[in-house]
Ligand binder design. Structure first.
Ligand code: ATP
Ligand code: MG
Length: 413
């Protein structure tokens, strides 16, 4: 009981600050494009995910945390954000006011084998552009992602890979040749991929099994089976990326693990996290709404990114405001510092009261919390309406009148 559950971890202050920095950067970046923050429940009816992601997807078939509640309802801790957001669009009857542009951030849950950058409770940020079919919206969401990597100083560490899954006609044509290709090699496929061959052959291309990967290298390319509409769509997306100078490589074998994708599929991958690994992934999901029972498609595109992986990529320090430590010396000062601390906080200063101990232990505490300054208040200072301000970096100190204190602290911070 003294350890957290396998694949989960605590975010102590330093890590929490880094991860929150990423969330804040993403929220600000997305808002510049008009994507507003939304939040949906952390658990949903199991159907929200089972029906939409596809029974044979890795997530539904083996990674979901499923449980029955006291009334026997089957619930799931959300493994991803998109299905819940589409559910919210339908539940809140927002289909007549589309398009909507949303940003979200929060925990996701997958029953996976934990390893570097892979957890059972992890955290995603993501954007969804719902109700827009034009390729310009694909370019836009990719551009939000690119700007975020720029903001985090990560553009040199990631590569944008892009592919088109085409429309359903193109995918059907491709599926047929893929089945022929892999059926001849069935004996050499992993057990998982043998099943995929029957249920959803495109998903073999997403396999991480090294044996499968060798066979995938020589598999037919989806690109060669795209019909005119699909080719034109891809062409427009690539043209948009070119205009915005967002570098990309075409990866003809890139497919997404879920059933609902069409046309654009993309990933930002990195080789800085050990094995070739995706930090951000997305795609167009025009048929998701129908899978959830809506009568027509709602053309949409979005992406999600794992905060833990972004954090592993970022090597810069996150600067935080250093506090000011207030140290009372003597019983009168102990009550007076409460009022002074409150006053300074109302002036917008970050002030931490030191509650306990002698001067030495107060100073030790001030150093531990990385205070920039310490304010010492004793009987003499209180009588004179002054305070001693110590600069902890330089080791200097100065007596400052209380009426000048705020100005002095702000000027020298
Ligand atoms: P992977 O191929 O690594 O399993 P995925 O295809 O399952 O990823 P998505 O469902 O596309 O991932 O999720 C988008 C992003 O969320 C990933 O690119 C990754 O950054 C992050 N992510 C996914 N699963 C995990 C996990 N278990 N732990 C940490 N981050 C994750
Ligand atoms: Mg996965």
């Amino acid at each position: 009981m003294t350890q957290p559950f396998r694949g989960t971890y605590d975010q102590l202050p330093e890590l929490a600050a880094r991860q929150q920095y990423i969330v804040d950067a993403a929220r600000v970046q997305a808002s510049l494009y008009g994507y507003d923050l939304v939040s949906t429940p952390i658990f949903e009816y199991a159907d929200v995910f089972c029906r939409s992601l596809g029974e044979s997807s890795d997530i539904v078939s083996k990674e979901m945390f499923v449980f029955d509640d006291r009334h026997g309802d089957k619930l799931v801790l959300r493994p991803e954000g998109t299905a819940g957001i589409m559910r919210a669009i339908l539940s809140n009857k927002l289909t007549s006011q589309l398009p909507e542009k949303y940003f979200y951030a929060g925990p996701m849950f997958r029953y996976e084998r934990p390893q570097k950058g892979r957890f059972r409770q992890f955290h995603q940020i993501g954007v969804e552009f719902i109700g827009e079919s034009m390729p310009g919206s694909d370019v836009e969401v990719i551009s939000v992602a690119w700007d975020l990597f720029e903001r985090l100083g990560l553009t040199q560490k990631v590569e944008l890979q892009i592919n088109s899954l085409g429309d359903s006609e193109s995918r059907q044509a491709y599926r047929d040749v893929l089945v022929t290709y892999f059926s001849d090699l069935k004996d050499q496929l992993s057990e998982d991929s043998k099943l995929r061959l029957e249920k959803n052959p495109l998903r073999i291309l997403d396999s991480k099994d090294p044996g499968d990967r060798v066979l995938i290298e020589s598999a037919p390319n989806l690109k060669d089976y795209l019909n005119d509409i699909s080719q034109e769509f891809l062409g427009s997306v690539l043209e948009g990326l070119g205009i915005l100078k967002i570098p990309y490589v075409l990866n003809p074998h890139l497919v997404r693990g879920l059933d609902y994708y069409c046309h654009t599929a993309f990933e930002f991958v990195t080789d800085c996290l050990g094995s070739h690994s995706a930090v951000l992934a997305g795609g167009r999901y025009d048929s998701l709404a129908q899978l959830m029972g809506h009568k027509e498609p709602i053309p949409s595109i979005g992406w999600a990114s794992g905060i833990e992986r972004l954090n592993l990529l970022m090597d810069q320090e996150i600067s935080s405001i250093r506090p000011i430590s207030i140290i009372p010396i003597g019983p009168t000062a102990e009550t007076q510092v409460l009022v002074i601390a409150q006053w300074l906080r109302r002036e917008g200063l970050k002030v931490i009261l030191s509650h306990h101990g002698n001067l030495k232990s107060h100073m030790k505490y001030a150093n531990r919390i990385n205070a920039a300054k310490a304010i010492l208040l004793g009987d003499t200072e209180l009588e004179n309406h002054t305070a001693i301000v110590k600069c902890l970096d330089r080791g200097t100190q100065q007596e400052v009148g209380l009426s000048q204190l705020v100005q002095y602290l702000k000027a020298s911070s």
